[in-house]
Structures are given as C-alpha cells and as structure tokens.
Design a protein around this ligand. Structure first.
Ligand code: F6R
Length: 617
C-alpha cells in the first residue's frame, strides 16, 4: 500500500526518486522520505548517508528538498500508508540501524517485529519509531559484515511477514539491494544504472523492460549490473525481462484536474484496448488464447466461484448474472476476505475466478492460494502485468485499462466488465449454451459499447445539475435490479469513497423491506432503470418513492419519456441491449460522484484513509 523507489547510477538520485514517488503517491500518502548516499561529502572519503522525511503529502518533502537538495547518485525512497505507528516524520521511512550505516524502506508487515524488537533491545539497540520497519533496519545492521545482501539474507531468515524492501549501506556506495516476500518489487536497468520500485508507473520514465521479483528473492543492483538470487541460496537466478506496454502519458493528468476524471474519460479507449483482438474476424466467436492452460478444466467445470473486493466485487456480481444467463454455469460471488475464512466447498470441478485491478489485494491473493490447496483451478482478471495474483493463477485474462492512478476505480471496473462479457460469450460458445446467432448479436452490441460510451461522456448537463443541487444532501440511496443491482452498489461506493457522504446501494425489490423508511426530500434516490426485462418493476419502485415525496434521479435509456414523468431528473444513456447496460450505466454514476466530491472540495484522487492497492488484510 506504500510505495518504494530506489536508484543507482549517474543521475541525480533525488530527482529520480522524487519523480518516481510522484507516480506512486496514490499508493500511500501520509508521509514520505528519502535516503541518499553522498560519496563526496566527507573529506575522509567515506560516503555520507543523508535522510530526509516529512509527515503529510509528498509535496512537503519536495519543498524541504528543494530548499536543501541532497546530492548523490544512489538512494532509496518511500511514500507511507501507516500500519504501525501514527503518520509522523519519525515513523516515516527510510529507517536506520543503530550506527546510521544502513537505511531501509519497506512495504508490508513484519508480524514478529515485537519479539525481534525485544531481542534487539536486550542487545542494546535503541529505537526511535513505533514501526515494524525500524526493527528490520536494526536487524540488517546487526548482521552486517561488509556485504549488504548477506546481511539482508541473514536478517530475513528471522522475519515472519510480508515485505518488499530496498536497502543501502553507507559502506557500499555502489550497491542497492532489494528483497520480496508477498509485496511487489520490480527492477529495471539501463546503461550504468539500475532502478527498483514497488510499482510499474515509477519506472515508466526510464525503462519499459522490467524484471519482476518473485517471493523469497533478493536483488542486487550495481552500476550496470543486476543480479537476482534466492533468499535461501546465494546462487544467481535467471530472470526474464517483461515488456510493459503502458506509456508515460498514461501516468500524467494531461490537462484534467484529477486523474479520476481523466480515467473516466479514458474508458472508451480502455474498452477498445480490452476488447481488441479478442473477437474473431467474422465477429462470431471470442478468442481468448489465455485460456489454453485451462482447456481441460473448463470442459469439466461444474461451478464458478468469483472472489474479489470492493469495486472488483461489483464487477463479479454482474458476472454472475451474465455467466448464469448465457453460459449456464452456476456462479457464486464471494468477498475475498469472507471466502478465505469460511470453509468453501471447492474441488477440481470448480473454477475460482479472481477479479482484481492491482493483482496485489492481500485477501484475494490468500483466496486463490486457498482455492489451489483445495484442488480448484484459478483464473484471474487483472490489470497489472506480472502482479502477484496473475502469477499465482493457472491462467489470466488481462484488462488493458492502462495504469489506474486515482484511488477510486473507474476504467478498471468497466474493463473488468468487458472481460466478463468476453468470458461469458466464450464459455457460452464452448458449452453450446447459446445459439450462434445470439452470440453474434451480443458480440456486435459489445463492440459498439466504446462508441456509445463516448456519447455518455458528452452528456453531462443533468449530472452537473444534480451535483449542484444535492452535494449537501443528507446522503444518497441507489437502487437497481438484476444486472444493474451491482451498478447501484458501485454508484454508492463511488460517492462514499470520494465525497465522504453516506450512500447505500440496494436491490430495488428490497426497498419495501426496509430502506423505504428512509425516503424523504433530503435523500435523493438514484434509480438505475435502463430498458430491460425489469424496467416496468423499476418504474413501480420509482412511483413508490415519488408517492413518499422522495427525489428521484433516474438513469434511463434515451427516448424513455415515461420515466421523465416520474423522476425529478433523468440522465439518459444510449439504447443498447439491456444485458450490456451495466457497461454504460456505471459511467454517469462515476461522473456524479466526481462532481459531487468536487463541489464538496474533497481530495478526489487521494481520498482520506484509502490506498490504491490493499496489500494488507
Ligand atoms: C474502489 C476500489 C476498491 C478496489 C478494491 C479491490 O474504487 O478501488 O474497492 O476495487 O480494493 O482492489 P483490486 O481490484 O486491486 O483487487
């Protein structure tokens, strides 16, 4: 959830580190720090380890460093999302050992840090922070005998927990060392330089080819040399370089006031990229070569269990409707953190489908590990190449949404939906569950979605009007039925996340069973009611709300005049097959949440208490 950037080379390390941290700030942002080695500062010739840390957003650290820049070409840096100890400068990373010889940054949690801390304290170590990470720095210092990777290896043998680490030593000014266990760490190298980072966007300015570390691996970067070995054995491992197809502009705001708005507007392109190459030339079949490793398993599969969290779970809920309706496979959808702590019934005939933007969500990762232990096959839908969940799955279908920087998920969600439609039609074909003509018709509809979405994005007048009128209301209720019940959940989640207003998503048919008591003129009700087989039922719900003096904002199909008689506001979306409507209906709800949050002056891209990828339980 925090971010790491490390650099060794000829460039000014401070610049590289800050630029990288800016790209990662969305991962965690309550404090930030850098450690840079300066070889020339000390007349004795010894390198000087300089550390600067600041509580608050990265700009605080940037301001500090612009006044007093740190010189040097080797350094590590970190943006923190606090787990152990409040977010202040003392608890910010990097942390040092007793002698001030080692500096270390860490993502993850050291579970046995209290025992380690007590043991080190008995040996005379003193600590100045409340963090688990400082213990690690002391432990590396304790084992240090002049070779950093050996000290790190010895220290990590004592540690239980998860980590991505970058560490440097004052005594080895030509070396940057990293290690990974459960938290992502990637490396890149150029001529006479090397980079280490927790996430791809930090490296996009410098390299498009990266080495992805696996669990229990150590990496040593020297100027012009990169070597990886196993934590247990000091023997070099051969690692492949992976090509990244994200470009730098995808990690810039490009004139938009917020990444979230930019990402909302990127959805037509993201969907084109996700659908691209996955539809046959004759437009009558779905091509997913990614599923080859699951060929046999899919033929005998009896059930799908979808696991995911938050927004990805809402995509999973839409997946249930379409997979059951068209591929005729029974589907269960579970929240990853619930799935892993019950005793799910899984076997070789179960396909566990993990949906995740980041590929690093701790509960979903634990869920797929459990699934594999029980003999189930695992397929993942993921946006981040080479992240942990796809690497541990039997097969992966990548969404091609590009990097999603804003904490609130938008384009990743609609791309997850697109992949679920592709998967449904693929399985429907495989299982002969749908006539060819119907598959063709749905494919034609799916292919048109990006252009229909462009129309949705041009149509913001009513959304702005609703944001203006209701940004100070008591809260929001979101109602939808069938496939758009998850859309209601997602709309409500977006409001909660970025505008800090209470919002509740409900299946409209459940309204009478409780939430109807809430209806009053201060709680606008957003009714997702595009044309579909439950449209008439939604209209009845809308009438019930109006009869109780409720305010209704409807999302409806263009040309639906009837709904306008019963609603205070109508946001129209283009006419598409009802089954595809979640792909369009989600977008005005994203925009509504965005504009409400903007009116309330909220920090839209980095809402309080949230982090982009939740790598802790
Ligand atoms: C909401 C949001 C979160 C994530 C959830 C799962 O806007 O972004 O609810 O959807 O934390 O994250 P991933 O998809 O990375 O597993």
């Amino acid at each position: 959830m925090c971010g790491i950037v490390g650099y060794i080379g000829q460039r000014n390390a401070q610049e590289v580190l800050l630029r990288g941290l800016r790209r990662l700030e969305y991962r965690g942002y309550d404090s930030a720090g850098v450690a840079i080695l300066n070889n020339k500062a000390n007349p004795s010739g010894a390198a000087v380890l300089q550390i600067k840390k600041r509580a608050g957003k990265l700009k605080g650290l940037e301001a500090l460093l612009s006044k007093r820049p740190l010189k040097g070409n080797l350094g590590i840096s970190h943006v923190r999302w606090a787990t152990h100890g409040i977010p202040n400068a003392r608890n910010a990373h990097p942390h040092r050992d007793c002698q001030g010889r080692i500096a270390l940054v860490h993502n993850g949690i050291i579970e046995n840090y209290e025992q380690l801390k007590e043991a080190l304290a008995r040996e005379g170590h003193t600590f100045c922070s409340q963090t688990d990470t400082e213990v690690l720095a002391h432990l590396v210092g304790r084992f240090y005998r002049g070779r950093l990777e050996d000290a790190l290896r010895a220290a990590l043998k004592k540690v239980r927990g998860s980590y991505a680490i970058a560490v440097i030593s004052r005594d080895e000014p030509g070396k940057l060392v990293g290690a990974r266990m459960g938290s992502p760490l990637i490396a890149g190298s150029g001529e006479n330089e090397g980079f280490l980072a927790s996430d791809i966007p930090a490296l996009l300015d410098y390299t498009k080819e990266v080495v992805l570390l696996d669990d229990r691996e150590i990496i040593v970067l020297e100027r012009g040399k990169l070597s990886v070995s196993n934590l247990d054995k000091d023997q070099p491992l051969k690692k492949k370089r992976v090509k990244i197809n994200w470009d730098v502009s995808s990690a810039e705001k490009e004139g938009f006031p917020h990444f979230m708005l930019k990402e909302i507007y990127e959805q037509p392109k993201a969907l084109r990229d996700t659908l691209g190459g996955r539809i046959s030339e004759k437009k009558d079949a779905i091509i997913l070569p990614e599923l080859k490793p699951l060929e046999k398993a899919l033929a005998s599969m009896q059930r799908i269990v979808i696991i995911s969290c938050g927004t990805a779970r809402h995509a999973g809920l839409v997946g249930k409707y379409i997979l059951e309706q068209y591929a005729r496979v029974p589907v269960e959808v579970d929240i990853s953190s619930e799935f892993r702590y019950r005793s799910p019934i899984l076997n070789q005939k179960t396909l566990v489908l993990a949906i995740t933007q980041s590929g690093e969500t701790a509960d979903t990762l634990a869920g797929i590990r459990l699934a594999k232990e029980c003999g189930a096959k695992v397929l993942s839908i993921c946006n981040v190449l080479g992240s942990s969940i796809p690497r541990e799955s039997d097969a992966v279908i990548y969404t091609h949404a590009g990097p999603e920087i804003a904490v609130a998920s938008t384009k990743a969600y609609t791309c997850q939906l697109a992949v679920l439609y592709l998967l449904t039609l693929y399985l429907a074909g495989l299982k002969n569950a749908l006539p060819g003509a119907k598959i063709k018709q749905l494919i034609a509809g799916l292919e048109k979605i990006p252009q229909e979405l462009e129309k949705v994005l041009q149509n913001k007048k009513v959304i702005l009007e609703c944001a203006r009128r209701y940004y100070h209301s008591f809260g929001f209720l979101y109602l939808g039925r069938s496939l758009n019940f998850p859309t209601a959940l997602e709309g409500a989640l977006k409001i909660k996340e970025i505008s800090y207003m209470h919002a509740e998503g409900y299946a409209a048919g459940e309204m009478k069973h409780g939430p109807i008591a809430l209806i009053n003129p201060h709680l606008p009700v957003v009714c997702i009611a595009p044309e579909s087989r439950v449209h008439q039922k939604m209209l009845s719900n809308i009438e019930e709300i109006k009869a109780r003096r409720g305010i209704v904002i409807s999302v409806a199909t263009a040309g639906d005049k009837l709904i306008a008689h019963h609603s205070n506001h109508v946001i129209y979306i283009p006419r598409v097959a009802g089954v595809l409507s979640p792909l369009l209906a989600a977008v005005p709800l994203q925009l509504l949440a965005y504009h409400i949050a903007a009116k309330r002056g909220c920090d839209i891209d980095q809402p309080k208490n949230l982090a982009k990828s939740v790598t802790v339980e």
